[in-house]
Design a protein around this ligand. Sequence first.
Ligand code: AAQ
Ligand code: ZN
Length: 370
Amino acid sequence: MQFKILKKDGFARNAIIETKRGIINTPVFMPVGTNGTVKAMTPEEIREIGYEIILSNTYHLYLRPGHEIIKKLGGIHKFINWHGPILTDSGGFQIYSLASLRKITPQGVEFRSHIDGSLHFITPEKAIEIQLALGSDIMMVLDECVPYPAEKEYVKKSLKLTEDWAKRCKDYFEKHRNDQALFGIIQGGIYEELRQKAMEGIVKIDFDGYALGGLSVGEPKEDMYRVIKNIAHLMPEEKPRYLMGVGDLMDVLHAVEHGIDMFDCVIPTRNARNGTLFTSQGRISIKRSEFKEDNSPLDPDCDCYTCRNYTKAFLRHLYMCREILSMRLNTIHNLYFYCRFFEKMREAIAEGRFQDFKKQWIPVLEKNFS
Ligand SMILES: CNc1nc2c(CCNCc3ccccc3)c3nc(N)[nH]c(=O)c3cc2[nH]1
Ligand SMILES: [Zn+2]
C-alpha cells in the first residue's frame, strides 16, 4: 500500500492511497457496509455515486455467514460483488457495542453473539485471521474501544492491553501477510497525555496507517475536538490517519483541518432511512407535512438521480408508506451529498482555500430546517 501526499493547506492535506484494487483520494468518506452491503444500495450504485472504498465488518461476517465460507467462495470482494478497496474493522467496537456478556481478558474478548446468543472468544490473532480470510485490503487491529466516560486509571490499564494486542496482531500479520495493509488504533479516552503515550507505543510497532479510536462514543464534542486538535497532526505524517466512526460533516471539517484523511459513519445511510436528508440549504426531515404538496426537487443544487427525477411530495409520500423505494432514493441522495462534499473539500485543499470552504459550510451545516 502506497500513501502519497499531493497538496497541503495548513494541516489539511490531499493524498492518494494506492491499493492493489484501486486508488483512494483522501480526505475520503467510506460508506459502511455492515453485512456486506451498503444498505439499500447495489455496489454499482455506490460506484456510480463516486465512492472508491467501502467498509465491511469482521464481527458481523464472522458470525454470519462465517469467514471460512466467504473464503471458500472466493473472498469478500467476489461475495459482495465490490471489486474496489475494502476496509474491515476488527470487530473490537462491535463486540463492545452490539454483543452481550462481553468479558475482556488479557488473552482476548469473550462475548455472546447478538444473533443467536452463541458464545465466542476472539483473540488478536483470530481477528487478523478472520480479516485475512475475508481478503480485505485494509485491516484493523483488535482493540478495546474505551467507553465514555472512563476513569483515567481504567483508560491507562486498557492502553496496556490494547498495545499488547496491537503487537500480537502485527506479529501474526507479518507471518501470514499477503499484500493487505494493517492499521494500528490509538486509544486514550479524552486524556491528551494518555493519547500521546498510546500513540508513541502504537507507532513504535509500525503500521501501514493509524486510526484514532475511542471517539464519537458519547463524549462532548469539545472533548473530541480537543483530542483531535492535539493529537492528529502528531500522528506519522507520511501515513494515512483514520478517525473511526466520524461523522457529522461539521466534525469532518474540524478533523480535516487537523490532518485527518479517512472517515466512516452510518449518518448518511441511517439518517436517509429515517427521512433526515442533507441539502445545500441545511438538513430537512422529509416526513413533515409542509412537503405534502411540494412539487420541487429535494435539493435544487443536487444532480443526483433522486433530485433529478422526484419531488419532495413524492419522497414524503414514499416515506409515509414505508416503501422500500423511500430507503433507496433517500440513501442515494445522502450518499451523493456526502461524496460531493468530500470532492469539493478536496478541490478547496488543492486550491489552498480550505479555510474559506470551512467558513462557507459551517452556517449551512448548522441549519436544521425541520
Ligand atoms: C460511531 N462511533 C464510533 N465508531 C467507532 C468504531 C467503528 C467504526 N465503524 C466501523 C464499522 C465498519 C463496518 C460496519 C459498521 C461499522 C471503532 N472501531 C474500532 N475498532 N475501535 C474504536 O475505537 C472505534 C470507535 C468508534 N466510534
Ligand atoms: Zn440529490
